[in-house]
Design a protein around this ligand. Structure first.
Ligand code: ATP
Ligand code: MG
Length: 402
């Protein structure tokens, strides 16, 4: 559909999603969204962003590829939809012909005209505009009007003495503008779940810093490469990311020596949570994110979740806790992380993991093991000091802003 359009200096009309609900803070959310839109388009010449009456317009210079800009905007969280808007005549008798010419080759059965008049000094009301243009289209094309559920909706927007009309609409990602609700640290494995969990928190407006634990040199580095590829994918939604690659090997060694095999995974997780919380404090983040889903695997029983969570005081956000695997997989495919997550990798938790892990970890057993582990707080600090930080940007020329 897009190829059929000329690239003659039109506008993209951006509607945001939930911002309208946030009465008192609306301008805060809007300016965040504006910044994010600007960042996402920063490497495309010939586009300029304008805000007007609570909506945004991206102005395209002649020759700018509309599809490229639309695709970028579809990844900006907080946008509900994007419409390609053409400047129209202020005289409805001329406007109706322009609209007719635009839609005459399109296939549809029912249509509606939806006029919004921000400019009350305009000589025609919204209802009059709808009637004049609707009657003409009906007469010329013999199509029926359907105000509820039309195949084709023509929107007309009037503001600042100007008229724009739009026919083509593209769904946005919705959600709250990224960065508008705070910063979190997400524990990202190379599996299917944690990239989806990270994405869901992004959609609630959180900027995400990523932490991945690996067992190098006990295992290969493949999980870290997977984690890097996943973070690169997710950075498309948030402009810049930091990924901490944290070596867990020495802590795992100490756990293996002190813990019965069935407790290992819970013990690894407790150390992971403590490290993630330390990173969150360094990064001024206010919460931790995991991809846990209740009952999905042995470590995700209520008892084990309790035994793992008690190591940290920050809130642990688990956006997938009530989701089924099918739903998670569907979302992973949509955000294009699924194929990366199903590549083979050496996971630090499967490293020396027992065939029958504990499902009801008892705290007294856990404390007993940690008592026998020697100076693990120092091992935590050593692991943190040995972490590597990898930075990602999108678009790649974009500057990091946090
Ligand atoms: P995923 O698909 O995200 O790997 P999972 O279903 O395999 O999740 P677990 O292996 O029990 O579940 O992991 C639960 C959560 O713990 C993960 O979603 C992730 O948030 C965190 N986690 C597990 N392994 C790692 C790791 N190596 N590095 C960072 N976080 C991890
Ligand atoms: Mg996993």
């Amino acid at each position: 559909m897009l190829e059929a359009l000329d690239t003659g200096g039109h506008l993209l009309n951006i509607h945001h999603s939930e911002i309208a609900l946030k009465k008192g803070n609306r301008s805060f959310f809007e300016s965040r969204l504006k910044l994010n839109i600007q960042n996402s388009l920063s490497d495309i010449p010939g586009v300029s962003l304008k805000g007007d009456f609570g909506r945004f317009f991206v102005k395209l210079a002649p020759g700018v590829a509309v599809d490229r800009v639309v695709q970028r905007l579809q990844k900006v969280i907080g946008i509900a939809n994007i419409r390609i808007a053409y400047p129209g005549a202020t005289d409805p008798q001329l406007l109706k012909v322009q609209i007719f010419e635009q839609i005459q080759s399109l296939t549809f059965n029912t249509f509606s005209i939806d006029t919004r008049r921000a400019d009350k000094s305009f000589p025609f009301t919204s209802v009059q505009m709808n009637q004049i243009i609707g009657a003409f289209i009906h007469q010329e094309m013999h199509k029926a009007v359907d105000l509820e559920n039309a195949d084709l909706v023509v929107k007309i927007e009037i503001f600042n003495q100007r008229v724009y009309y739009s026919v083509f609409s593209f769904a946005g990602e919705r959600g709250l503008p990224l960065g508008s609700t705070g910063k979190v640290v997400s524990m990202i494995s190379s599996g299917i779940d944690s990239p989806v969990a990270s994405f869901m928190m992004m959609k609630r407006g959180c900027h995400v810093t990523f932490v991945h634990f690996h067992s190098f040199p006990f295992t290969e580095k493949s999980s870290t490469y997977n984690a890097m590829d996943l973070v690169k994918k997710l950075t498309i939604y948030q402009n810049y990311s930091r990924l901490y690659l944290v070596p867990l090997a020495e802590l795992q060694k100490a756990i293996i020596l002190a813990a019965p095999a069935k407790l290992r995974v819970v013990m690894y997780r407790r150390m992971m949570f403590r490290l993630a919380e330390k990173i969150a404090r360094l990064e001024h983040c206010r919460g931790l994110v995991t991809g846990e889903s209740l009952g999905q695997v042995a470590s995700q029983t209520l008892d084990n979740i309790a035994a793992i969570s008690e190591t940290v005081s920050m809130p642990v956000l688990r956006p997938l806790i009530g989701m089924e695997k099918d739903e998670i997989v569907k979302m992973a495919r949509r955000i294009d992380t699924f194929s990366l997550s199903t590549e083979p990798y050496d996971d630090c938790c499967s490293y020396l993991a027992p065939p029958k892990p504990e499902t009801n970890a008892k705290l007294h057993e856990i404390y007993d093991v940690e008592g026998k582990m020697g100076d693990w707080p120092t091992l935590l600090d050593t692991a943190l000091a040995a972490s590597e930080v990898v930075r990602f940007k999108f678009p790649e020329t974009n500057s990091e802003d946090g």
